[in-house]
Design a protein. Structure first.
Length: 465
């Protein structure tokens, strides 16, 4: 080659090392257009340009450079690496197949890059097939290959295949790194395999591999999905003891799992004892999940304490949290507590919604607080507390139930008339409820009035009324 060709080759190599793929490719094209004979001894200028494309994930440009005559193994490996960086999982295996067609045996670098491309593209099955091909050709996968394959299987929630891949690589002497172990724990977490996830976590400790918040979060997820509450809480405490600051996702996973398992005590313990005592702020998702768990278990005391604690620590509960606390109070007929939560929401700048108001009305109904129920209903109608629409039908029925429970026939009749005049959609159930209560109380006058209203609304009363 001429001195100019050698200088151009040196420039391309320098540009490749600096990841300047466009400049390297432009000079390579310039040499082709002018018919310059570039050096054929390593390092090849084309491979230097391909290396720049690989490091910049420019897979299209890399494929274009492969169209030059007789690309070697280094060129193909660089092109596969470019496909890996840009998640071109279809193209990477095709390049390996093309290499085999030329009777060139792929090296571990190219094969690992192809597995990485499939892993990044969430193609677990393709990644496993490539791993089998590597085993057949006697190529040794590395820890990054293991991570890519297991990560792809994790994203497809194929935890069984992830375990098989992990065991196979261990038998071949491949020691998974932290990334691979995190992927394995995440895969097991998606399948709720608590015992296996805890085993991987312990193995990481024995091998002195660093465990991150991601690791603990995945293990906590595995425990909660497997309904192993005590190990999940122990992991949360270990995470805190290690000086890690858990994020809202990790806490929300734990508390939401406790909620799904109806373990309200564990949920409250996490939010109040662990998060508040150690001054880790409760995320709204975790806080709402704990309140929801209390609501489902009808533990209004715990729900009220959670809402009050959040207020004291300036983590103001949102509408979802307050509504859950009100609902818990409703089921226990704790109307005074539910009213206090409603007042607290207003003071906190929250606009009560239909769910929250429905909970207060429900508590009034259970406690037969008909006067308070009618007062709140009038207030809601005047100020539209539950939005831009009139009071919800559920709130009206709860107020109706409170009046009926207190045997307030006149107020019941007036409320039914107000419901009709307000244009609310109502059915026979409302009239039948009022009429049946009147019949049981032998209040024939109100009964006749209810039946007359039902007839005027073209509703069919229950048989026997």
């Amino acid at each position: 080659p001429s001195a100019g060709a050698r200088a151009l080759a040196a420039a391309i190599a320098a540009l490749g090392r600096r990841r300047l793929w466009w400049e390297a490719g432009a000079r390579l094209e310039l040499a082709r257009l002018h018919g310059l004979q570039l050096p054929t001894a390593p390092p090849l200028p084309r491979n230097a340009a391909l290396g720049a494309c690989a490091r910049s994930s420019r897979w299209r440009e890399a494929l274009g450079m492969l169209e030059e005559p007789l690309p070697d193994l280094v060129a193909y490996s660089a092109a596969v690496s470019a496909c890996e960086g840009s998640q071109q999982w279809r193209t990477a295996p095709q390049l390996l197949a093309s290499l085999r067609c030329r009777e060139v045996r792929p090296d571990a670098l190219a094969a690992n890059a192809a597995v990485g491309a499939c892993g990044a593209g969430r193609q677990g099955g393709q990644a496993v097939n490539l791993l089998r091909g590597m085993e057949f050709e006697g190529l040794e996968p590395d820890a990054a290959t293991c991570s890519a394959a297991v990560s792809a299987l994790h994203r497809e929630e194929q935890w069984r295949r992830a375990l098989v891949v992990g065991d196979s690589l261990l038998r071949r002497g491949v020691q998974p790194d932290t990334i691979a172990c995190n992927a394995m724990v995440s895969a097991l977490g998606s399948g709720g395999r608590a015992r296996e996830a805890l085993g991987v976590l312990e193995a990481m400790q024995l091998r002195c591999l660093q465990r991150s918040i991601v690791t603990y979060g995945a293990a906590i997820s595995a425990c909660t999905r497997g309904r192993r509450w005590e190990p999940a809480l122990a992991l949360a405490r270990r995470l805190l003891a290690a000086g890690m600051r858990p994020d809202a996702v990790a806490w929300a996973t734990l508390v939401s799992g406790c909620e799904a398992g109806q373990e309200w005590e564990h949920a409250v313990n996490v939010v109040l004892v662990e998060m508040q005592r150690r001054r880790h702020p409760a995320g709204s998702v975790a806080q709402n999940a704990a309140l929801s768990a209390c609501e489902k278990a009808r533990r209004w005391e715990a729900a009220f304490a959670l809402a009050a604690c959040a207020g004291r620590r300036r983590h103001e509960p949102d509408l979802v949290a307050t509504s859950a606390a009100v609902s818990a109070c409703e089921k226990a007929a704790e109307w005074a507590r539910s009213l206090g939560l409603l007042a607290g929401a207003r003071c906190g700048g929250l606009e009560p919604n239909a769910v929250m108001l429905g909970g207060v009305f429900g508590a009034y109904e259970r406690a037969q607080q008909w006067e308070r129920s009618l007062h709140l209903l009038a207030e809601a109608a005047a100020s539209r507390l539950d939005g831009n629409s009139p009071p919800a039908m559920g709130s009206c029925r709860a107020a109706l139930g409170a009046c009926l429970g207190g045997q307030q026939w006149r107020q019941t009749l007036g409320l039914v008339q107000s419901i009709l005049q307000g244009g609310l959609e109502t059915g026979a159930a409302t009239f039948n409820l009022a009429a049946a209560a009147s019949a049981r109380g032998r209040r024939w006058g109100p009964l006749a009035a209810f039946l007359e209203l039902a007839d005027g609304a073209s509703l069919q009363p229950l048989a026997g009324l």
